[in-house]
Design a protein around this ligand. Structure first.
Ligand SMILES: O=c1[nH]cnc2c1ncn2[C@H]1C[C@H](O)[C@@H](CO)O1
Ligand SMILES: [Zn+2]
Length: 386
């Protein structure tokens, strides 16, 4: 194919391409206007701005701090307005709608139930309100011609001591909307092994979990998450790059941990923009995703916090397309990786890959055949695809 690489996927193609999102925080993805309205309805007076546009900018700038700890401070405002059943259901419904409008066909969205108890809700009421919201959002998306399926991940905060309780909660709701468990929060000083009882419980129950590791802290955190805790996936995991040496001649040597992660096909939930804000990566061009993709780690692309990063899945892919010249085949590779790594049953993942994702990309790839006569052929194929 001679015209190969002449044209990268357009913004419109990126938007329409089926996408799979495994790492998105419910309390990090509210619409700014919703934060303002919920604050007014619930009498929360702590917002730094009450104009939605200014508030959106405030979140992005405050989160752009170079430190995970300061980035996390912004969640006090979103959690403050997510303390009632109605607020939680609304935020969850809008989340599903927004993801669907962005071309996401499958998402696992996480939140920490323990952060939504300030006005008297029980942990169960929190989970049920969010589940109801996701179902409503899926229904509204369908009405608007989009198809999306959303599963919840229950997060325990790593500085707190409720991980076992939240793991039990995740297990109780595993057949009704909750697909797994996670731990999040400040990483330095709070190793995942503090919550071994929760992980051991989940393993005994044959349940699934991911762990935020290798974001603000390096290899020991990744090693513990995998070898002590038994994580199925890593939230971020970007610091695995510290175990990979690239020589001047371009040859690459993987350390034992990096080899293990690649050999065992451990899914890494990459969140490029979030990493730039917390200082986990210096720029898109220097983001470890470039090298890790070339080395064929099982990488996935994610948003982390759409509000704090002013992003969505299409924007994350736009950055990657621009930076690394990724094609539709690359996008499909990331998407299939994500679907393979989801926590829903194997037959459903396979059907999503074969009946939704691959046909969606095939249709986009075929568009060049029907281009206006005389236009350049925008072939979106790369040589090392799935
Ligand atoms: O990227 C992150 N690293 C660690 N913790 C995070 C990240 N993004 C969000 N969180 C925290 C803040 C939220 O309140 C919590 C649950 O979603 O998870
Ligand atoms: Zn996260």
């Amino acid at each position: 194919m001679t015209s190969e690489t002449t044209t990268l996927p357009t913004s419109e193609q990126i938007l329409r391409a089926p996408k799979v999102l495994l790492h998105d925080h419910l309390d990090g993805g509210l619409r700014p206007a919703t934060v303002v309205e919920l604050a007014r309805e619930n009498g929360y007076e702590g917002l730094p701005e009450t104009d939605p546009e200014k508030l959106g900018i405030w979140f992005r700038e405050a989160a752009d701090s170079g430190s995970l700890e300061r980035y996390l401070e912004t969640f006090a405002h979103t959690c403050a307005v997510m303390q009632t059943r109605d607020a939680l259901a609304r935020v969850a419904a809008e989340c599903a709608e927004d993801l669907a409008a962005d071309g996401v066909v499958y998402a696992e969205v996480r939140y920490a139930p323990e952060q939504h108890l300030e006005q008297g809700l029980t942990l169960e009421e929190v989970v049920e309100a969010v589940n109801e919201g996701f179902r409503e959002g899926e229904r509204r998306a369908r009405e608007n011609g989009h198809r999306i399926r959303v599963g919840a991940l229950l997060t325990a905060m790593r500085h707190a001591a409720r991980a076992l309780e939240i793991a039990e909660l995740a297990n109780r709701y595993r057949d009704t909307g909750v697909v797994g468990f996670d731990i999040a929060g400040a990483e330095a000083g709070y190793p995942p092994t503090r919550h071994l009882d929760a992980f051991e419980y989940l393993k005994r129950e044959n349940n699934h979990f991911t762990i935020h590791a290798g974001e603000a802290f390096g290899l020991p955190s990744i090693w513990q998450a995998l070898q002590w805790c038994g994580a199925d996936r890593l939230g971020h995991g970007v610091r695995i790059i510290d175990d990979i040496e690239v020589a001047d001649d371009g040859s690459v040597k993987l350390g034992r941990l990096a080899s293990y992660v690649r050999d065992k096909r451990i899914p890494l939930e990459m969140c490029p923009t979030s990493n730039l804000q917390t200082g986990a990566a210096p720029s898109y061009a220097e983001h470890p995703i470039g090298l890790l993709r070339r080395l064929q780690f099982r990488l996935t692309v994610n948003t982390d916090n759409r509000l704090m990063s002013g992003t969505n899945m299409s924007r994350e892919f736009e950055h990657l397309v621009k930076t690394f010249r990724y094609t539709l085949d690359d996008m499909q590779w990331f998407t299939v990786n994500a679907m393979k790594s989801a926590f829903i049953p194997f037959d459903e993942r396979l059907a999503m890959i074969n009946d939704v994702i691959k046909p969606g990309y095939a249709e986009l790839r075929a568009e060049w055949l029907f281009r206006p006569q005389g236009a350049t052929a925008p072939v979106n194929r790369s040589s090392d695809s799935v």
